[in-house]
Write a protein that binds this ligand. Structure first.
Ligand code: ADP
Ligand code: AMP
Length: 215
């Protein structure tokens, strides 16, 4: 099964992907995480992407498509994958469909995570993450047992620079202008399933699992 989690930044895609990928044995591929790893490793791609990411705008489609297809082509993705943060533009979605079709594959389910801008702003401005294992926390909604420290590995938690309020505003604008049109695109392809992502983490997981089991 190949699944896309679609939704604004802060909808809870990364949080849910970690849970859903385990349940359905899918490879979790987050374009944002992959880009941050490229930056950390100081690769040419990481260098090209950094300015766009810091400004809260999208990295060019050709770079993203090549990067994500490299990951999708890996043997670990053969049994099914869960895309998080990709595709984010119509050109990316069309490029993905064409490249998958050439491999005899397709996207079977697109989970549209519906949540309003006020809630995602609250979520993003309180987000903390573990730089070692990627676990995501929120200072109020899902705090670590000890403030500032990862429950699983003990690393000091960090905040993303693009979660500062000024950049969050730009990221939401980018989402509405460039990513929201994918709702109509995937509806027309008959694969879109909307879930209310405004509830608790557990409630949202249950809704996504229901949608995935039904399909
Ligand atoms: P995305 O990957 O869509 O950008 P994240 O999964 O990183 O979003 O979640 C953004 C922030 O919101 C994190 O701090 C996370 O702990 C918190 N969060 C995720 N899901 C929920 C939820 N259902 N209710 C409250 N907070 C949530
Ligand atoms: P995210 O972790 O998904 O919030 O992504 C962080 C940043 O990485 C975004 O604001 C973009 O600059 C960049 N990015 C991630 N995924 C994509 C994508 N599919 N297309 C273009 N840029 C992306």
């Amino acid at each position: 099964m190949n699944v896309v989690l679609l939704g604004p930044p802060g909808a809870g895609k990364g949080t849910q992907a970690a849970r859903i990928a385990g349940t359905f044995d899918l490879l979790h591929l987050s374009s944002g995480d992959i880009l941050r790893a490229e930056r950390k490793a100081r690769t040419e791609l990481g260098r090209k992407a950094q300015d766009y990411m810091d400004r809260g705008v999208l990295v060019p489609d050709d770079l993203i498509l090549a990067m994500m297809m490299d990951h999708i082509a890996r043997p670990e993705a053969a049994a099914g994958f869960l895309l998080d943060g990709f595709p984010r533009t119509l050109a990316q979605a069309e490029g993905l469909d064409q490249r998958l079709a050439a491999r005899g594959a397709r996207i079977e389910i697109v989970v549209n995570m519906v949540v309003d801008d006020a809630e995602v702003t609250r979520r993003l401005t309180g987000r903390w993450s573990c730089p070692t294992d990627g676990r995501i926390y929120h200072e109020m909604f899902s705090p670590p047992r000890k403030a500032g420290v990862c429950d699983d590995c003990g690393s000091a938690l960090t905040r993303r620079k693009d979660d500062e309020p000024e950049v969050v505003g730009q990221r939401l604008k980018t989402y509405h202008a460039e990513t929201k049109p994918l709702v109509a695109y995937y509806t027309s392809r008959g694969v879109l399933q909307s879930v209310d992502a405004g509830g608790s983490v557990e409630e949202v997981t249950a809704s996504i699992e229901r949608v995935c089991r039904r399909s």
